[in-house]
Design a protein around this ligand. Structure first.
Ligand code: PLP
Length: 369
């Protein structure tokens, strides 16, 4: 049986498996001195667009900047409202606020923890401009319903797919609607060695605006058509991501294999609820999240035994100190609030050995006995 530390994510294990390819790609960039945009970024964008079966991909400095620029490209700003969920990373909502718009939260489904489409229409006002669903943990939201509501009310949809690259919904890739963003934060399913992100879109106009906005609004070296931002992806990261992108399908399959093993073994643990995967979804298990009453105790004891269990996320966005001014209070989003006290992410990465999953589940059983 495995003993010793098992981290939540092991980035070193992945690097070791592709070291020679990665080292060669980094060396090539340094040799060429092409550090900003140019061919490495263009090739990365072409390959990402092909992976997503979508016409346009634009590399950005992070997932956060991609999300902010997507909203800007749709003209969202002061006076506008954007509907999103309270159980996400803070960047989902800060991207909305930084455009000058106001986030409006709707609660999530109790099983999948994804945006509940039944609650969207009640949250729509004359100020609503967009819906921002979050494909949390690597599973895509109920996009047919969300897109139908958006069409009916003439709203834009920007998918926060930071955690969901390579996921599918009814056989469709991301963006399921017109526009989505990815994060390439190192621990993501496709991770750079630093901050990076991208926008993928079917909308040529959005692609053109974001391409300008990420690079100071420039149309030539010293001419700017828009007031933009310094939000380009680095060529080094583009080169690293090009190598890694070739492996993403295999890595998603390994994540699914690991998730299936966890779920199979955890069936015998009645106190634990395993993740709900909708039949029509290809889940990519960025995180494997269980639910239970005694979450804090289990987390503490797993951590004490060297198992890297964490909570994504312990404090819902509407209760964040920074967002107090929005006027939400405890009790406003009962499902998001309840789940934040009950969820626990167990170690999950493609290279996680099966024997470690057996060890983790046995440890869970021991603790909950
Ligand atoms: C759901 C979600 N949205 C947005 C982001 C922001 O991405 P980044 O860290 O690349 O800026 C992240 C990840 O960190 C995320 O998990």
């Amino acid at each position: 049986m495995k003993s010793g530390k098992i981290p939540l994510v092991d980035l070193r294990a992945q690097y070791d498996s592709i070291k020679s390819e990665i080292d060669a790609a980094i060396q090539e960039i340094i040799n060429s001195s092409q550090f900003i945009l140019g061919e490495p970024v263009e090739k990365f964008e072409q390959e990402l667009a092909a992976l997503c079966a979508t016409p346009f991909a634009i590399g950005t400095s992070s997932g956060t900047s991609a999300l902010f620029l997507a909203l800007k490209a749709y003209g969202i700003g002061p006076g506008d409202e954007v509907i999103t969920v309270p159980n996400s990373f803070i960047a989902t909502v800060s991207s909305i606020i930084n455009t000058g718009a106001t986030p409006v939260f709707v609660d999530v489904d109790k099983d999948t923890f994804l945006m509940d489409p039944n609650l969207i229409e009640k949250a729509i006002t004359s100020k609503t401009k967009a819906i921002l669903p979050v494909h949390l943990y690597g599973q895509i939201c109920e996009m047919d319903r969300i897109l139908e509501i958006a069409r009916k009310h003439n709203l834009h949809v920007v998918e926060d797919a930071a955690q969901a690259i390579d996921a599918e919904y009814k056989g469709r890739k991301i963006p399921v609607g017109d526009t989505a963003i990815f994060s390439f934060f190192p621990a993501k399913n496709l991770g750079a060695y630093g901050d990076a992100g991208a926008l993928v879109t079917k909308d040529k106009k959005v692609a053109e605006i974001v391409k300008k906005l990420r690079n100071h609004g420039r149309i030539s070296k010293y001419e700017s058509e828009l007031v933009g931002y310094g939000a380009r992806i680095d060529a080094l990261h583009a080169a690293i991501l090009r190598v890694k992108m070739k492996h993403i399908g295999g890595w998603s399959a390994l994540r699914n294999h690991n998730a299936k093993l966890y779920t199979e073994l955890l069936k015998q643990v009645s106190l634990v609820k395993t993740p709900t995967v909708k039949e029509h979804n290809k889940h990519v298990f960025h995180l494997y999240v269980i639910e239970l009453d005694s979450r804090d105790q289990l987390k503490q004891e797993l951590n004490a035994q060297g198992i890297g269990a964490e909570v994504h996320y312990p404090l819902p966005l509407h209760l964040q100190p920074a967002l107090k001014y929005l006027g939400y209070k405890e009790g406003d989003f009962p499902i998001a609030e309840k789940s934040s006290k009950r969820i626990l992410s167990l170690p999950m990465y493609p290279e996680l050995p099966s024997e470690n999953i057996h060890h983790i589940v046995n440890t869970v059983k021991e603790i909950l006995k």
